[in-house]
Design a binder for this molecule. Structure first.
Ligand code: ADE
Length: 244
């Protein structure tokens, strides 16, 4: 998968050199290209923003600079374009899965009050453009949101996770864990500072372990995310589920 990122702070993307995503790049699974938006500004100050029409606080990113940058990065191609913004639709595991199936993504990072809206309209006519929010809070810019999205998408690509099954049991993964949070996990030793690992996990009984994990997932979902629990499809719940 090819990933282009345009930002006035390319330094933000240093974490993409390490860990899972760094290894995926080394192995050629991910081709990440980070671009400095100011390279497409023409004045001596490399200006990328201006005051908002209609007044109000803050600055808005200029359409001309974005237009030249995107035209050059995209060329004749047609990547899916993602604009991180708190005003976007929610970025969820389902969206991550959908984006992981794309061959090419372009992330356009806004700062200040955002990018002139005509940029999204212009490219919406040529590319598929999605404005996405990673949560109901406001960051200083889109860079951190892009790191979040790239990690969520990258770990879904074939060959990125060591264990191909580890994405299957994730919280929010489609299938039996849809809309369920993952329960607690334990490793050795069996007792630590007086806290014991639940006996069922040491039993070697796969059926009982699976049932226990599902019970814990249901309990955690009810406690931490009641709105997710309420939205569970009754057809996917058995008698025991309803008791939990
Ligand atoms: N930019 C600023 N806040 C954001 C958010 N919550 N999600 C995506 N992009 C953002």
């Amino acid at each position: 998968m090819r990933l282009d990122v345009i930002s006035i702070f390319p330094e933000y993307f240093a974490p993409l050199d390490v860990s899972l995503i760094g290894k995926a790049r080394e192995r050629g699974i991910l081709d990440v290209r980070v671009h400095q938006l100011r390279d497409w500004a023409h004045d001596v100050h490399k200006t990328v923003d201006d005051t908002p029409y209609g007044g109000g606080p803050g600055m808005v990113m200029k359409p001309e600079v974005w237009g030249e940058a995107i035209d050059e990065v995209v060329g004749d191609g047609a990547p899916r374009m993602i604009v991180p913004t708190p005003s976007g639709r929610p970025f969820t595991q389902e969206v991550a899965q959908e984006l992981a199936a794309e061959p090419w993504l372009l992330f356009a990072c806004g700062r200040y009050e955002g990018i002139d809206s005509r940029v999204m309209r212009e490219y919406g006519a040529r590319l598929r453009v999605d404005e996405l929010s990673i949560g109901d809070y406001v960051l200083a810019g889109g860079e951190v949101a892009v790191l979040v999205m790239v990690e969520a998408i990258g770990r879904l690509l074939p060959g990125v996770l060591g264990n191909a099954h580890s994405a299957v049991d994730d919280s929010f993964a489609p299938g039996s864990m849809q809309n369920l949070l993952e329960g607690p996990v334990y490793t050795k030793p069996p007792a630590w500072r007086g806290h014991e690992v639940p006996a069922v996990l040491l039993s070697g009984h796969h059926g009982k372990v699976a049932r226990w994990r599902r019970d814990e997932a249901l309990r955690r979902t009810v406690a931490n995310r009641p709105e997710l629990a309420a939205a569970l499809d009754p057809a996917t719940l058995d008698k025991r589920d309803r008791e939990v």
